[in-house]
Ligand binder design. Sequence first.
Ligand code: SAH
Ligand code: SF4
Ligand code: F3S
Length: 433
Amino acid sequence: MSKKLFIETLGCAMNSRDSEHMIAQLSEKEGYEITDDMPSADLILINTCSVREKPVAKLFSELGVFNKKKKTSAKIGVCGCTASHLGEEIIKRAPYVSFVLGARNVSKITEIIHKEKAVEVDINYDESEFAFDDFRTSPYKAFINISIGCDKACTYCIVPKTRGDEISIPDELIIREAKRAVDNGAKEVFLLGQNVNNYGRRFSGNHEKVNFSKLLRRLSKIDKLQRIRFTSPHPFHMDDEFISEFAKNPKICKSMHMPLQSGSSKVLKDMKRGYSKEWFLERIAKLRSECPKVSISTDIIVAFPGESDEDFEDTIDVMKKVRFDQIFSFKYSSRPETEAEHFTNTVDEDVASYRLTTLQNLHTDILDEKNATHLGKVYRVYFEDLNKDHFVSGRSDNNLVVKVKGSDELLGEFRDVKITQIGRTILTGELVG
Ligand code: SAH
Ligand code: SF4
Ligand code: F3S
């Protein structure tokens, strides 16, 4: 009987891709099969996230539960960003953990499972040219890493300490991986990196200097590939060449993530984001002038240390001006090994909660107004998920989630859908072509 692997993945899409990489290595080289049933697993992995404090606290209570319910012989490994930043402290706090594997050391998974109490968390380790075996959670959409690490030093952010310096993956490896995915049936690729539009900043070998726009042009030459998405671009690197490639290249989905973080130029400076409110608004105007149908999503942090009522008003002002299609909003969470950890001008918890609610309520109003405009419109949808009650869902080019009545025959297909019913997170429609 094959050995069973249970894996829980927290955090961002990069962690999801790292989990796919670990699954591929473990199944190819060690004969593991995935299971959803933790108590029957021989190997239990938690791929962790450190970006905010809460998930880290949750990790230890979850590890306790896993330890109680697992098979006696089963091993538990902690991987990912919290593994990188806590290292051996994890084994000190939870001695039943067998190994700790950092976010930058994923390729070592097949070695570390054989070492008791091993800790591999070197954030300078270079995996940019490691040939991972293939495993994809979805056959329809392929997540592909285009860089590892992050060279920025946003004062609130722990990621550079968990994933190390930024190194781009050579474009020939990315293109080869995309071709393989397309040959296996994926019609969409989703490119991943902390700063995708800074692609080409540094390669570990001697590679041709390919920037992100050029990479997009090269990828779009893959015949059967129909859609390209990516996350996250950085507003600082939104240059004219990139905006123009985004607008003109028909294979690039017209949905852009523009992480604002704050609308106040003062707070942005304290965050070391490298742009101002005015720059952000000007880039949005440029993007919309070249690509009027673009949908725009963002990330916002409220109550960063020193954020005054006026600073928060600037964030509200940008929200009202840009009218984002989707926001991911968070209360600032102090993280170890960051510059802002030492900032003393913290914002009271009740003020932080009030600001988060105000922001989210404003966005709900904006979303309701925007959603109403979709009624009766027709969008080309790429179907990817089978839902309950005989619905199938997918996304439009500009990232609207749309469901229709249907069966798995629609999966992996593009169809025109007329919107008949509006919901906040999902629109319902009927096939018209
Ligand atoms: N590289 C991406 C961000 C990755 S982290 C970028 O620069 O946009 C994802 C999001 O988590 C960030 O955009 C930010 O909004 C949020 N985040 C990061 N650190 C945080 C912290 N200390 N407190 C609250 N939110 C944080
Ligand atoms: Fe963190 Fe900033 Fe890097 Fe994004 S760009 S991962 S927010 S340091
Ligand atoms: Fe979390 Fe690491 Fe991603 S901290 S958000 S899993 S880069």
